[in-house]
Design a protein around this ligand. Structure first.
Ligand SMILES: Cc1cc2nc3c(=O)[nH]c(=O)nc-3n(C[C@H](O)[C@H](O)[C@H](O)COP(=O)(O)OP(=O)(O)OC[C@H]3O[C@@H](n4cnc5c(N)ncnc54)[C@H](O)[C@@H]3O)c2cc1C
Length: 416
């Protein structure tokens, strides 16, 4: 049982300290540039040491160490909505992808199954395996692509434009399955996210916006990397859209929003939302907080990703002990006795957890919660106001949601 604030924090990489305070500092540092400067310069990938044109907030936003609401509120404290329009739209792309996948969980399930099938197939096809290994280890001979593969593995981050070029070259020049490229990203990105990652890869190969694909061009790469790479030769010159084996499912209605119990509760925290202090708990009283670890155990995440998450969870546990003044425990959800431990620690109290969006964490945790409910317990998944307001607009294309940004920000009290 981890129950005090004296436990020494786990260390993540020096470049990406896994704490809320680091995320808030990055936000404060970036805010001045979130206006027209961002709109003009954001597409340049000038290399790992020159990232001032983007916020590099994604690992913090991904784990909700810093929430979208906080990011947009800070930006609107300095800029008008029209001045920071581009940046706020980018933040809303994440919201859109999350909401879209929430309406179509089957797309994630199918992706997971396809990764498993393709991985098994690659295991029996030496030629495919060699090509995959060359791509992942940066040994294809395509200078820019190899540099990005190495950068991803070494740092856990890639610029957005590099992600688009990389995915396009993976699919169209190297003729590798998009699902295995998405899997490579998901396991190495510190911001690796089921929705943003899977749906961006689907977008590059033409599954997400039917008929629309993304082709990486040598001249575009040269220009937007500030001539860091000589014009690549041999890149694919066409990007034919992929077709899905199964027709796209219709958008399912969102699950009803959980209500706050007005009593003593056990608060669960997962790596999908490490900001429990700002969760609206109403009049509930937190009697015990439980950090759920090990949700990333199954697909074999890179060591820096696993360390970032473990350190962020650990730091969150310490913050909760201070904020709620309650004992804090940790459960490894991949352990055989996880359900038993959860029952023991929660002692019949209603459980509250920030809504777990579609993705690996929900897959790992939901069965534990289901078992608890079957045993007579209650679980309240609380959807944040941000998601509650935006997600209903994420059933069609992004532009449908984009049009709603001003009115939703007003509804959320972020905009007069
Ligand atoms: C193939 C591919 C895979 C991707 N995988 C992920 C992923 O796993 N996780 C992830 O968070 N983003 C992903 N993105 C989106 C985007 O590349 C990153 O969010 C962005 O590069 C993060 O850097 P930043 O924080 O400096 O972004 P900024 O440009 O400073 O943007 C601010 C914030 O807005 C959000 N954001 C910006 N652009 C996008 C976008 N296109 N889609 C969704 N959210 C966006 C992020 O939360 C980001 O932190 C992917 C894009 C592509 C093309």
């Amino acid at each position: 049982m981890q129950s005090n604030s004296e436990t020494p924090p786990l260390q993540a990489s020096d470049d990406w300290p896994a704490s809320r305070s680091e995320g808030m500092e990055r936000l404060a540092h970036f805010v001045a540039r979130a206006g027209r400067t961002y709109a003009a310069e954001r597409n340049f990938d000038l290399g790992p040491d020159r990232r001032a044109n983007v916020s590099v907030l994604s690992p913090y936003v991904r784990h909700r160490l810093v929430t979208e609401d906080e990011v947009v509120r800070a930006v609107l404290g300095t800029h008008s909505l029209s001045g920071a329009e581009k940046f706020i739209q980018e933040v809303c792309w994440r919201t859109y992808w999350k909401g879209w996948l929430q309406h179509r969980p089957g797309v994630w399930d199918r992706y997971v199954a396809e990764v498993a099938q393709l991985t098994a197939f690659a295991g029996s096809d030496r030629h495919l395996m060699d090509r995959l290994e060359r791509a992942k280890s940066g040994a294809t001979g395509i200078e820019c692509f190899d540099a990005w593969a190495n950068e991803l593995v070494a740092t856990g981050y890639l610029h957005n434009h590099a992600r688009m070029w990389f995915a396009s070259i993976w699919i169209y020049t190297l003729n590798l399955p998009w699902q295995l490229g998405a899997d490579f990203f998901l396991r190495h990105l510190l911001d690796g996210d089921a929705a943003s990652n899977t749906l961006s890869w689907r977008w590059v190969c033409g599954l997400q916006t039917p008929g629309k694909t993304y082709l990486a061009r040598a001249s575009n790469i040269q220009e937007y990397t500030g001539n860091r790479f000589a014009q690549a030769t041999g890149l694919a010159t066409a990007a034919p859209p992929a077709s899905d084996a199964v027709p796209l499912e219709r958008a399912k209605p969102l699950a009803p929003r959980g209500l706050q119990p007005e009593c003593e509760i056990a608060l669960l925290v997962t790596d999908d939302d490490l900001n429990p202090e700002s969760l609206d708990l109403g009049r509930a009283e937190v009697t015990i907080a439980i950090v759920l670890r090990g949700t990333d155990a199954a697909p074999g995440y890179a060591a820096n990703v696993a360390t970032f998450r473990a350190a962020a969870l650990d730091a969150c546990g310490q913050r909760m002990a201070r904020h709620f003044g309650c004992p804090v425990a940790a459960i490894d959800v991949s352990a055989a006795d996880a359900a038993h431990r959860l029952t023991q620690l929660t002692r019949g109290l209603p459980i509250v957890v920030a809504q777990m969006p579609v993705g690996p964490t929900r897959t790992a945790v939901q069965p534990l919660l289901d078992a608890l409910v079957i045993g007579g317990g209650t679980v309240h998944q609380l959807r944040r106001d941000w998601d509650h307001a935006f997600w209903p607009h994420a059933t069609k294309g992004f532009f449908h949601l984009k049009d709603k940004i001003p009115s939703v920000l007003r509804e959320l009290g972020l905009q007069a």
